[in-house]
Design a protein around this ligand. Sequence first.
Ligand SMILES: Cc1cc2nc3c(=O)[nH]c(=O)nc-3n(C[C@H](O)[C@H](O)[C@H](O)COP(=O)(O)O)c2cc1C
Length: 216
Amino acid sequence: MTRRQASAGILATAAAVIAASIGDAREPGSITLPPPRTEGGMPLLSALKVRHSTRQYSDRPLSAQTLSDLLWAAFGVNRPSGDRTAPYWRHVMVMDLYVAMADGVWTYDPKSHALQRHMTEDIRALTGLQDFVATAPLNLVYVAHGERMTDVSPEERRLYASVDAGFIGQNVYLFCASEGLATVFRGAVDYQKLGRALKLPEQQFVTFAQSVGYSG
Ligand SMILES: Cc1cc2nc3c(=O)[nH]c(=O)nc-3n(C[C@H](O)[C@H](O)[C@H](O)COP(=O)(O)O)c2cc1C
């Protein structure tokens, strides 16, 4: 199988299947994604013209390549400095992207463009208060490291972290518009429950979530 064929493999539910489809699992619990596509796509103004929220999803999974492209567009490294496709507060890296799928939860490591296993449970239903979140193939959860936000009040922490999440969310919206994918940014989340389900340390907190998939 060529790398191109491997990259086009469908992300199925089991981690082992994902790893096999990508063909590059470096260690148990870590998956290197195929290199992201960083050129092309729909012209920006055309994507803006069709950007919208979707609340009905089919269970069609994303391919490994689409997941790779999506995560890079969301908050990947776009410069040698290590900076990202979205701006962020005070040049302090506060935000982690959790990727909740049927096979469990992963965290996105932009530097290595890899997914790190976080847990094997399917917690998609806990990522929001709307029914479709349980079956959408992918729910992104934007988690902030409050402990890295020094010199600001708890209110300001939530404010700045939410703005960081909003920029990432808009990147996801525009990528989805360009690729014909469905998405919705979501604040209707039981934050305490989701934080507990994700086993977040005390200072980390969920800002928003965002479903991604195909319209169904
Ligand atoms: C901060 C924020 C929170 C949102 N929370 C939810 C949500 O919990 N559930 C939902 O279905 N849509 C949510 N949305 C999406 C908005 O409802 C949607 O963007 C708005 O209705 C405009 O529709 P459009 O995105 O199709 O243009 C949220 C959007 C923002 C910016």
